[in-house]
Design a protein around this ligand. Structure first.
Ligand code: ADP
Ligand code: MG
Length: 257
């Protein structure tokens, strides 16, 4: 039977929020419309807007209030960022008018923006891979750090991002003890997320969690991918990690032997 894939971020968010222990890790996420934009910018300042069926960081934008520091008298404006571009709008209404003409009839989501930790002034987040083991249990088999290209708001490899071991990226931010705690938390979260999605989609075999760690060192699930890339894990120094990832993938039929 084919490996289960789920495209809609909205659908996955709803399923995940049904599980009490996962809910605190999901940033406030709603379907995009002007009311939600106004409310969420008011609450969170930074928000992200993204296509419900997006991949590779395509169409991902951020919005935040912006003030000219050199002119304290000037009114607040709103900054829309995408790719390496940014646009300023005097009001949210005007920003929304432009945005909705670009969005058209497609479904977009709006999500609380997480202030990602940085590495050499670039934002980074973490991809966790969770796989069905040959014993039919779930296991978090690998982590890889993903660093945004300069000036970019997305960390995706296909959006110019680069990869690095999470130890290297988190090292400057966390004491070894805190690193160990967060590592454990991410591993167990991965298993819970896979198990929860599998209740609804029993043929799920693998997922990739995009995990953000904010400045307070809280961890957040930005999205869950059902067709995770496996090749980035090949670059890890510890070759046993990819060996196991490959072995599990062969056992559930993603790869031929
Ligand atoms: N709420 C958010 N806060 C901070 N960064 C985000 C948020 N949502 C997305 N991003 C950034 O954009 C990237 C792509 O968004 P994601 O939701 O993973 O969509 P895609 O399916 O296109 O990968 C993330 O890896 C992250 O770097
Ligand atoms: Mg992603």
């Amino acid at each position: 039977m084919a490996i289960q894939r789920i495209a809609s971020k909205w659908e996955k968010t709803i399923i995940l929020k049904q599980r009490e222990m996962i809910r605190p890790y999901i940033p406030d996420t709603r379907k995009y419309d002007f009311e939600h934009l106004k409310e969420m910018v008011g609450i969170y300042g930074l928000v992200y807007v993204k296509p419900d069926h997006g991949t590779y960081g395509n169409g991902v934008m951020s919005i935040e209030p912006w003030k000219d520091d050199f002119d304290p008298e000037s009114p607040i404006q709103y900054k829309l960022r995408f790719g390496i571009q940014s646009e300023l709008y005097p009001t949210l209404e005007e920003l929304h008018a432009t945005l909705s003409s670009r969005i058209g009839k497609k479904i977009f989501l709006i999500q609380k923006g997480i202030h990602l930790l940085t590495y050499r002034r670039r934002k980074f987040d973490i991809r966790a891979l969770v796989q069905k083991t040959p014993k039919k249990t779930w296991e978090t088999t690998g982590f890889i750090g993903r660093i945004a290209a300069q000036q970019k708001i997305i960390t995706n490899y296909h959006g110019g991002g680069s990869i690095a071991p999470i130890e290297e990226l988190l090292g400057p931010h966390l004491e070894p003890k805190e690193f160990a705690k967060i590592y454990k938390e991410m591993k167990s979260l991965g298993i819970h997320v896979a198990a929860q999605l599998a209740r609804r989609f029993p043929n799920l075999k693998e997922i990739g969690l995009d995990i953000a760690i904010d400045e307070q060192h809280q961890i957040w699930i930005l999205e869950v991918n059902t067709l995770p890339a496996l090749f980035p894990f090949k670059s890890l120094e510890n070759k046993d990690i990819y060996k196991k990832i490959h072995r599990y993938a062969v056992s559930y039929g993603r790869f031929k032997k």
